[in-house]
Design a protein around this ligand. Structure first.
Ligand SMILES: Nc1nc2c(ncn2[C@@H]2O[C@H](COP(=O)(O)OP(=O)(O)OP(=O)(O)O)[C@@H](O)[C@H]2O)c(=O)[nH]1
Ligand SMILES: [Mg+2]
Length: 250
């Protein structure tokens, strides 16, 4: 029993989790998400850092991030801002470059992804030595709250079509709340060609292509609390185009 505890302490002290938080106009959400991440990570005892990648948000997100850094410390909150809005894919690459952990968690800052699931991702990863652990809204206790019918239909439809065409071996393809081994994430991002909504799906398709193992944890997903949503018709068209491209090439 005592050796069990020692062993789990060893695992805890060896690994470090870099949590990447890309932000664009998240000034209302940022203090809450940071507080929650710190609460759940401190409670579970894992070593971690939060890397905020702000892309010149006009609403003052970066200033808020600076204040949070003063409160929680520079070892916990790392700021890696960029001049202007350059998109999510490159924001991740930028964040990984500065990550000092051997694991990387990717999550949205708009409170859609609840930090309470991060320790669950970590436990899952350790149980199966998974290369990737993906949050899923489509298994077990997972689910979506606050979406209108159109948004649910698009998400379900995208997942269904992709399952049918590509058989990816994971149930939630369009979500982005995931834990990766850092070297695995680097390799996956480099191999991805798509941008925007479809990028998260391609990451899982590539993971399967490279024979990486994927674990899943049911998550509840809540619609963004503050700020505006961007999903429109052009994203849907782009998604279907990219899906067919991946179907033809992988
Ligand atoms: N650094 C950076 N962050 C971004 C950019 N675009 C979006 N984000 C952030 O990435 C995360 C996901 O973006 P969201 O706007 O929530 O995308 P979504 O969840 O598909 O759409 P909605 O929540 O419905 O608006 C959020 O934390 C955003 O603030 C960008 O160009 N650069
Ligand atoms: Mg969102």
């Amino acid at each position: 029993m005592a050796s069990d505890i020692q062993e789990s302490d060893n695992i805890k002290s060896q690994n470090k989790y870099s949590i990447l938080l890309p932000t664009y106009n998240e000034v209302e959400n940022l203090p809450i998400i940071i507080w929650l991440i710190i609460k759940y990570m401190n409670e579970s005892g894992y070593d971690y850092e939060i890397i905020i990648i702000d892309d010149g948000s006009p609403d003052g997100t970066l200033e808020a991030a600076g204040q949070l850094q003063n409160i929680y410390g520079k070892d916990k909150i790392v700021l890696r801002p960029r001049e202007k809005k350059l998109g999510l894919g490159t924001a991740y690459i930028h964040g990984i470059k500065h990550a000092t952990g051997n694991f990387v968690v990717i999550m949205d800052a708009d409170l859609s992804h609840h930090p309470k699931f991060i320790p669950q991702f970590i436990e899952k990863q350790q149980k199966g030595d998974f290369d990737v652990v993906s949050g899923t809204r489509y298994v077990g206790s997972g689910g979506v709250y606050g979406w209108d019918f159109k948004r649910k239909l698009v998400s379900r439809g995208a997942n269904f079509l992709t399952q049918l065409l590509l058989r990816p071996g994971a149930s939630d393809l369009t979500g982005s709340f995931r834990l990766y081994k850092k070297d695995v994430l680097e390799k996956l991002i480099k191999s991805c060609v798509s941008k925007g909504y479809v990028f998260q799906m391609e990451m899982i398709i590539r993971a399967r292509e490279f024979n990486y193992s994927i674990g899943e944890v049911p998550i509840t997903f809540v619609d963004r609390v503050y700020g505006e949503s961007k999903l429109g018709g052009s994203e849907i068209v782009q998604f279907i185009k990219s899906l067919l491209y991946l179907f033809a090439t992988t």
